[in-house]
Design a protein around this ligand. Structure first.
Ligand code: AGP
Length: 609
């Protein structure tokens, strides 16, 4: 949700900042801006409505150069997307500031600042921070003290970075509730809201902790904790191969990421060496915590929540462990009855989702036997704050619509099911059967990807439609939910998912020829029941799109189109069918001409409530 990049170097940094923004653009993309201090100590500013490419264009037309700078790509919260509301915000013609997060008391602060004579150029909550900082600097405080005084006045979540022409080679930053990382260079230092932005210039990072302030210059990197004491935070080298954030031969990141799934699933599965005996892949101390688990409480948002819903079926049916799943934004505020022996499991691609993080942070107030996260981003807040961690090996997911992060989460959850099930009488044969299925999973996903052209043909029928219904039964119901979320977020077609049995209790009233109905109908035990539900749709003029196991006995006929899916083990069907639904949404969106990777109004990482 918004992206920050900053640099203090002895070389010109505008291109580094722009490249950082390109890499962060998936976090927000309604406007972008960059401020630089040039070698005559002038503050130079570009702000543009629209994508980072608009900012690049402005920089080409009017190039600004400097060795110290900050840049930002925005996802609007307060104030509509516009050049005026884009960051950086300027105060007193001397400083520029970028902000991620939400300042909850901005109205009070704005009124105070206005009464002191500050004019506001934007409708954002962020501009108050720039003027507050300016006020303290004008009183003669140094950058660190002025920032400390400033953040004391803020309520809400923030990651901020600022530059000041009176300190031309320094960047001051602070974090509370929004991530910020320092990239350590040689004779240069950087800051960003995500290390991905800085992999172009360094592989050494210092992750700031809650309440930290940081001051960087080309030669120095100072961190102060919430109490104002200088602290030495560990440097983390990231020595994996620099992940490709290039599109390569693909038209969109989403497609690239869909096609990356066989690799990502295999890599995630191979993260655990010996699932039948060893729990160490879930983190130090996993065995001791798992031994005490009687229930699992899952909290997550969006697609990650759907992964949790799938896991509930696995945990209860295969492992015999009671499981509750709740969207984190509800869970965090609800008074709950806590069962003894409950593991709190959060699931998050980014590891930074504000509601999920709040659910974890509230955990302290309850008696959990431990907390665990399944995340895709190492060193993210959820990873740093959970007792146990399983990192999915999806690799960077840039498309806003989550694809490979979801399917790798499902692999992780199935492996967790084995680890917990082993303790609850899941037979060794059953455990081995699941492992065998997981081993073969990448091949079944490859087979599904080979259906791409057929799926593209199916997708054409959705282009003129305004609504779609997704049906599934049992464990395929959350897969139907995920399919409908994918369609609505990238094609803007209104889509809903229902358990197939609920159809006649209401949604059937909506079925007509403007309402394609997608049925996730593998050949499982519920197939016969689902078949009769589908008849109800067809007899009302609805057009059916059935994703069915080759062996299920469905065949295409007028108003019923069948996609014959690979015949694969039951337990991995939710994963395999997801891939087909991802391709369906992708092709609908491409043909509708939407911005597939950056759908309107959305952002990749939702770090505000
Ligand atoms: C998925 O396609 C979404 N864009 C969104 O629902 C996402 O899954 C959700 O915001 C949670 O994000 P997280 O996994 O990073 O916590």
């Amino acid at each position: 949700m918004c992206g920050i990049v900053a640099a203090a170097a002895r070389r010109e940094v505008s291109e580094i900042l722009l490249e950082g923004l390109r890499r962060l653009e998936y976090r927000g993309y309604d406007s972008a801006g960059m401020a630089l201090i040039d070698n005559e100590h002038r503050l130079l500013l570009h702000k543009q409505l629209g994508k980072v490419s608009e900012l690049e264009r402005a920089q080409q037309l009017q190039p600004y150069y400097g060795c110290t700078g900050i840049a930002h790509t925005r996802w609007a919260t307060h104030g509509e997307p516009s050049a005026a509301n884009a960051h950086p915000h300027i105060s007193g013609q001397r400083l520029a500031l970028v902000h991620n997060g939400i300042i909850e008391n901005h109205e009070v602060l704005r009124a105070e600042l206005q009464s002191q004579g500050y004019d506001f150029a934007s409708g954002t909550d962020s501009e108050v921070i720039a003027h507050l900082l300016h006020g303290f600097l004008q009183q003669g405080d140094g950058l660190v003290d002025a920032m400390r005084q400033t953040v004391r006045k803020l309520e809400g979540a923030y990651a901020v970075a600022a530059i000041d022409i009176h300190h031309p080679d320094q960047v001051i930053a602070a974090r509370h509730g929004s991530p910020l990382v320092i990239g350590v260079g040689i004779g240069e230092n950087f800051l960003a809201s995500d290390q991905l932005a800085l992999r172009q210039v360094t592989d050494r990072f210092v992750y700031l902790e809650e309440g930290d302030l940081a001051l960087i210059s080309p030669s120095e990197l100072l961190v102060f904790n919430e109490q104002g004491e200088p602290v030495c935070r560990d440097q983390t080298p990231i020595d994996d191969v620099v992940e490709s954030v290039e599109l390569g031969a693909y038209d969109h990141y989403m497609l690239k990421e869909i096609y990356d799934q066989p690799r990502a699933l295999a890599a995630t599965f191979h993260a655990c060496d010996n699932l039948l005996r060893d729990d160490s892949c879930f983190g130090d101390g996993a065995a001791a915590i798992f031994d005490r688990v009687n229930n699992v409480q899952i909290a997550a948002c969006g697609t990650s929540y759907h992964a949790g819903m799938v896991a509930r079926y696995w945990l209860e049916e295969l492992a015999g462990i009671a499981c509750e799943v709740e969207v984190a934004s509800e869970f965090r505020y609800r008074k709950r009855v806590q069962h003894e022996g409950t593991l709190l499991l959060t699931i998050s691609q980014s590891g930074e989702t504000a509601d999920t993080l709040a659910a974890l942070r509230n955990a302290g107030e309850h008696e959990f036997v431990g907390t665990m996260v399944i995340a895709n981003v190492d060193n993210s807040s959820l990873v740093r704050e959970s007792d146990l961690v399983f990192l999915t090996r999806a690799g960077a997911e840039i498309g806003v619509a989550s694809t490979k992060a979801f399917t790798t989460q499902l692999v992780a959850l199935l492996m967790l099911t084995i680890a917990l099930g082993r303790r609850r009488g899941m037979s060794p044969e059953k455990q081995q059967e699941v492992i065998n299925a997981l081993q073969r999973l990448p091949d079944f996903v490859e087979e599904t990807l080979e259906l791409d052209t057929n799926i593209q043909q199916l997708s054409e029928a959705f282009i003129p439609k305004h609504h779609a219904l997704f049906l599934g039964r049992g464990i395929q119901y959350p897969i139907a939910m995920e399919g409908s979320l994918k369609l609505k977020e990238i094609s803007y077609i209104h889509a809903e998912a229902y358990p197939a049995g609920e159809l006649k209790h209401g949604p059937l009233a909506l079925v007509d020829d403007d309402m394609p109905v997608v049925a996730v109908a593998p050949g499982d035990e519920l197939l016969e029941k689902l078949k009769s539900n589908l008849e109800e749709v067809r007899s009302r003029g609805g057009e059916l799109f059935v994703f069915a196991d080759r062996a299920a006995g469905f065949s295409s006929e007028p108003r019923v189109k069948v996609l014959n899916m690979p015949h694969c083990p039951e337990v991995i069907k939710p994963i395999v069918y997801t891939v087909a639904l991802q391709l369906l949404s992708y092709h609908v969106a491409v043909q509708k001409g939407t911005d597939v990777d950056k759908p309107r109004n959305l952002a990749k990482s939702v770090t505000v409530e």
